[in-house]
Design a protein around this ligand. Structure first.
Ligand SMILES: [Zn+2]
Length: 173
């Protein structure tokens, strides 16, 4: 591959806004920036370095995210990309932006409680010890956890006993 010396490097705020348009593969309603997956963006000479921290080490989506980022950048004419996976510090639900939390809620997924309040969610307690989660549809606190794992390992399945609707809770950890 030859390096195009005439390439102008887009500025970082443009790159952040393009990344903010890359949907999370598991929850397309939110972007990888909303979720706090993108940790840093910088130019190293002509190479664009993008640091990402996967939301959950067991999430198979990490490879998809890297590919989606690469495709989004290539579309903008940036081909020299290095996606750097950063595992420390580990991702926490506290990194989800306020906009991200609102989008999750609008999508019908209860945004995670702040990690400090959610030991129950982290260690997978069930029954009456499970985290108390309000129904996103009717607001009732009368909900029960159906299973620790929802449609993905990152989410737990809940059911509202008031309106009987099932919903997902994005586990805090
Ligand atoms: Zn309900």
């Amino acid at each position: 591959m030859s390096i195009d010396i005439t390439m102008t490097k887009p500025n970082l705020s443009d790159i952040w806004s393009w990344l903010a348009a890359v949907a999370d593969p598991e929850i397309p309603a939110v972007s990888i920036v909303d979720l706090g997956i993108v940790r840093g963006v910088r130019w190293l000479k002509n190479e664009l370095i993008i640091d990402i921290t996967p939301t959950y080490s067991g999430c198979p989506a990490t490879g998809v995210i890297a590919l989606d980022i690469e495709m989004a950048m290539v579309k903008k004419g940036i081909s020299n990309i290095n996606i750097n996976t950063v595992l420390s510090p580990p991702w926490t639900t506290d990194w989800i932006s306020d906009i991200g939390r609102k989008k999750l809620k609008d999508y019908g997924i209860v945004p995670p409680a702040h990690a400090a309040n959610s030991c129950a969610g982290m260690i997978g307690l069930t029954g009456s010890n499970a985290a108390k989660i309000d129904c996103p549809l009717c607001g009732s606190g009368n909900t029960e956890r159906v299973s620790q794992f929802g449609s993905t390992p990152c989410k737990a399945s809940y059911r509202c006993k008031n309106c009987l609707e099932p919903f997902d809770y994005f586990k805090a950890f």
